[in-house]
Ligand binder design. Structure first.
Ligand code: ATR
Length: 255
């Protein structure tokens, strides 16, 4: 999707994958400097390990302690995190407004953390976090409370709350058969976002569709974190439709 975006705006650039081992990271960064590379993404397991090599962090990346996008600025590297902002942008493209809304988030791993740090800036009424391992959700709650002391955050609550938004950030559903939440809870949700994009429709999304609840899979988040990266690197507005089209084609090809 990045190379398609560069081409559509006639930018002389390409996006390439570099599978490396951790010991190779310093050499790779030196090589990148040598050839004048303008920016790159990092993924697991480098999202935290890249930080000691960077001269500067964006506010989002600093709070989160995680980076997925790096840009060369005057010969130095600056790190950003576009996962949370990308997720928020995917919601606003669906015209979902979160001010004073109730959100239930399933999962408390890396993706949950990025999304939750973006959510706490939206003026929510409450954020409930449900996770198989309670301590991980509790630890995430404590990190969030440092930045949003007034927000109501509950861990594994037993409530009859009607949620405006349910977000599945857990891996449950990737197998194509498991549901991450009881259907009785789903019945009380107005919108469902599952960050899984493979399979394109998880059992959770199928159940939501069956009930007529509007929903999105993880493709839009994947798209918009890339859109945000593109805009950081180029300073130009990303061609979203071109990127969506390219992403869909490459995923269809992979499957
Ligand atoms: P990611 O970076 O994609 O968020 P992760 O950090 O490994 O990946 O987090 C995976 C999430 O899926 C966690 O919340 C995990 O729950 P635990 O904290 O209890 O491990 C959740 N998860 C994975 N498999 C699960 C399962 N079979 N049942 C319930 N939750 C599961």
């Amino acid at each position: 999707m990045q190379t398609s975006a560069f081409q559509s705006l006639h930018l002389n650039a390409v996006y390439l994958p570099f599978p490396i081992s951790e010991e190779q990271l310093p050499d790779l960064l030196n090589a990148f400097k040598l050839i004048g590379l303008q920016g790159f993404n990092v993924t697991i397991p480098y999202k935290e390990r890249i930080i000691p090599y960077l001269s500067q962090l964006s506010e989002d990346a600093r709070r989160l302690g995680s980076v997925n996008t790096v840009k060369a600025i005057d010969g130095r590297w600056k790190g950003y995190s576009t996962d949370g902002p990308g997720f928020m942008r995917s919601l606003s493209s669906r015209k979902l407004e979160l001010h004073q809304k109730k959100v239930l988030m399933l999962g408390a791993g890396g993706a949950a953390k990025a999304i939750a740090f973006a959510l706490i800036n939206q003026g929510l009424d409450r954020l409930d976090i449900k996770n198989r391992t309670r301590e991980k959700a509790q630890s995430l709650k404590e990190k969030l409370e440092v930045f949003a002391p007034e927000l109501r955050i509950s861990v594994n609550p037993e409530t009859k709350t009607e949620y405006d938004l349910l977000i599945n950030t857990s891996a449950v559903g990737m197998d194509g058969v498991s549901l991450p939440i009881e259907l009785e809870v789903l019945d009380r949700c107005a919108f469902v976002a599952d960050i899984i994009y493979n399979p394109p429709s998880t059992p959770l999304l199928q159940a939501a569709q069956k009930r007529g609840i509007p929903c999105d899979n993880g493709l839009e988040m994947l798209l918009f974190q890339g859109v945000e990266s593109f805009e950081i690197w180029t300073g130009q507005e990303a061609p979203v439709a071109v990127m969506r089209d390219s992403l869909k084609k490459s995923l269809a090809f992979t499957n």
